[in-house]
Design a protein around this ligand. Structure first.
Ligand SMILES: [Zn+2]
Length: 247
């Protein structure tokens, strides 16, 4: 292939701009904030699940506490009613009176048991509420971090995108009057060779694969017309001769 030596030199500029674009795109795809946000999302799910369970426990225990309160009140009311009947002298039959007094002893015991249960439920409810409060606070903390990290990512991504646009514009201008066949070869090689399709021959080395060319190859290159497109024997990239090529 033949190409104007100036176009060949310019291809190195295009390559440099393409490499910068690749780097910026990679930077954009691997922003540390993206990984941070993924980790935060995982934490949020985990803490959110625990908070949901804690809320269920609080709701269950709140219901249980209300029931325990009601149970205590119910037995207390019955005991009060019995006491009033006795106090008002409504129970005249000694047998009935004795039975009622027995019942009141048993009601007292029942109140004691129910109050123990009530206390136990209250303690469990306090523990569950504390757990829920802690998890809710943790969720708020995670949400703050997610917000801050999202803001930071937006800012950094914006800066990188701005650079991308600028470099892409430069690239467009630089590549605008390049020979089509040279560009096609370059693009093909770039796709095959990790983003580097053209390299300078500098100090007898290929800038693409770093191989030092032997004297025979250098001799051939030195004799080749300046518009001949040279390819590296080792990596087959386009090898551009410059003033620093050492030939
Ligand atoms: Zn090479």
């Amino acid at each position: 292939m033949k190409a104007d030596p100036f176009a060949q030199l310019k291809l190195l500029d295009v390559q440099e701009l393409d490499s910068r674009l690749d780097l910026l795109r990679h930077q954009l795809a691997t922003l540390p904030q993206t990984a941070e946000l993924q980790a935060l999302a995982r934490s949020r799910t985990e803490v959110g699940d625990r908070a949901r369970d804690a809320k269920i426990a609080v709701d269950d225990l709140t219901r249980a506490q209300k029931k325990a309160d009601a149970d205590v009140e119910q037995v207390k009311a019955r005991r009060k009613r019995d006491q009033e009947r006795i106090d008002q002298g409504l129970i005249t039959n000694p047998k009935d009176l004795e039975r009622m007094q027995h019942e009141m002893v048993s009601l007292d015991r029942r109140v004691g048991e129910l109050e123990d249960t009530e206390l136990e439920v209250m303690e469990q409810l306090e523990d569950a509420q504390r757990e829920l409060d802690a998890l809710t606070a943790r969720l708020a903390e995670i949400d703050d971090k997610i917000q801050a990290t999202t803001d930071s990512r937006t800012k950094v991504a914006g800066e990188v995108e701005e650079q991308l646009t600028k470099v892409a514009d430069d690239r467009k201008v630089t590549a605008s009057d390049m020979p089509t066949d040279l560009m096609a070869l370059y693009e093909k090689l770039r796709g095959q060779k990790g983003g580097v399709g053209a390299a300078a021959l500098r100090a007898r080395r290929c800038g693409g694969c770093s191989l030092e060319l032997n004297a025979a190859d250098l001799g051939v290159i030195a004799k080749a017309p300046s518009d001949e497109v040279i390819r590296c024997e080792e990596c087959s990239r386009i090898l551009v001769r410059t003033s620093e090529s050492g030939i």
